[in-house]
Design a protein around this ligand. Structure first.
Ligand SMILES: Nc1ncnc2c1ncn2[C@@H]1O[C@H](COP(=O)(O)OP(=O)(O)OP(=O)(O)O)[C@@H](O)[C@H]1O
Length: 357
């Protein structure tokens, strides 16, 4: 059976992890949630670093743990990327990578070459870690995890220790992994922007439990969950660049259900891109406005209305076409003034659309 089946129950003083998840066979699954929600604990259970007897873990048909057996970490074909890449200072980058290989009994050199190429570190192989920047260290740490040719890659907030500039340096490499790796990746993060850029599937964690587990667009557009994202509630749409307007430096992105103008990010016509639209940047009108500076306005149907974190606010899920959703955050007073009801056709006016890769 393809995919990852992960069921763990682990008791600690004041905290219980209790999850039963089916995760996809490939692509990036983000474990997302507040600090202390149990993301790292779950990742460590998957790695076998945390013993959870009675747990069950099957990775693409291979049983790593069940009631009868519990493979120790070194017998699980996985790569683990920690927040801080702890490299051996006395070894060159190349020897740090080879050290990881020895641990698994000399996996193929192909894995190592591929990891070096994917992370763009060929020019760093002879250096000692002391002569690497923070971003370069991170790339070496990720390459080391990949060099062993793992069947599953686990990443625990790999960007958390980096400043904004370093994050921007690493994200394109992570996006490349996302496109080119054919193994599943489980990625712990509490940063909504990272999740929006990298994840295909999200597990929303809260107090040791999975509140939701599903495809990115579906989970992000649920009105009962975005409350926990606060200001960052919003959706991600995947689309294709269908037009580039050089005169105004804009690009038109078509997604199932409509088109949006975005700032041209340099992507070629035909490229697949993601755009992120925050709920606070979407307002609603009963009819399309003509005298407005907004470029993006879409016919939508009100799908669901829910209370938001503040009593003045409501969240509204909107259906765009047959398969896409938007979220709009508005005051409850505005919702009442427009007499918004599920099934009602309205116009979504979008103040900002961020192209996220
Ligand atoms: N070694 C440990 N012994 C006992 N309790 C622990 C241990 N490690 C973590 N905890 C507790 O388990 C709970 C879950 O912690 P965990 O690190 O999994 O959360 P997290 O979602 O990864 O948080 P963060 O985003 O801050 O890393 C917390 O209540 C934490 O205090």
């Amino acid at each position: 059976m393809r995919g990852i089946q992960a069921a763990f129950r682990l008791e600690r003083a004041g905290f219980t992890l209790d999850v039963d998840l089916d995760l996809p066979a490939c692509g990036v699954t983000a474990l997302f949630g507040h600090s202390g929600s149990g993301k790292t604990t779950l990742l460590r259970c998957i790695a076998g670093l945390e013993r959870a007897p009675g747990g069950r873990l099957v990775v693409n048909g291979d049983v790593w743990q069940d009631g009868h057996q519990l493979r120790p970490t070194h017998q699980r074909p996985l790569g683990y990327v920690f927040q801080e890449a702890s490299l051996f200072d006395h070894l060159s980058v190349m020897n740090n990578l080879r050290y990881g290989l020895r641990r698994v009994g000399g996996a193929s050199a192909r894995g190592l070459d591929q990891a070096v190429e994917l992370l763009g570190i060929a020019h760093l192989l002879d250096r000692k870690p002391a002569r690497l920047s923070g971003g370069e260290r991170s790339r070496v740490g990720i390459a080391r995890a990949l060099a062993v040719g793992p069947k599953l890659l686990l990443m625990d907030e790999p960007l958390a220790a980096l400043d904004l500039a370093r994050k921007q340096e690493i994200l394109p490499y992570l996006e490349r992994l996302h496109r080119e790796l054919d193994i599943p990746v489980v990625y712990v993060s509490h940063a909504p922007d990272e999740v929006a850029r990298l994840a295909d599937h999200i597990v929303a964690m809260d107090a040791g439990r999975a509140l939701a587990s599903g495809p990115l667009a579906e989970v992000l557009s649920r009105v009962d969950l975005p409350i926990r994202l606060g200001e960052d509630a919003g959706v991600v749409l995947e689309g294709v660049v269908v037009e580039r307007d050089a005169a105004w430096s804009l690009a038109r992105v078509a997604f199932p259900g409509g088109c949006l103008w975005v700032r041209d990010g340099g992507q070629a016509q035909g490229a697949t891109v993601r755009v992120r639209i925050l709920a606070r940047d979407v307002s609603l009108a009963l009819s399309p406005a003509t005298d407005t500076s907004l470029l993006n306005s879409l016919p939508v149907v009100v799908d669901q209305l829910a209370d938001d974190s503040h009593p003045a606010l409501a969240l509204c899920r909107l259906q765009v076409g047959t398969s896409s959703s938007l979220l709009a955050r508005l005051t409850r007073r505005s919702a009442a003034a427009l007499d918004l009801q599920p099934g009602q056709a309205v116009c979504a006016q979008i103040k900002a659309v961020a192209l996220i890769g």
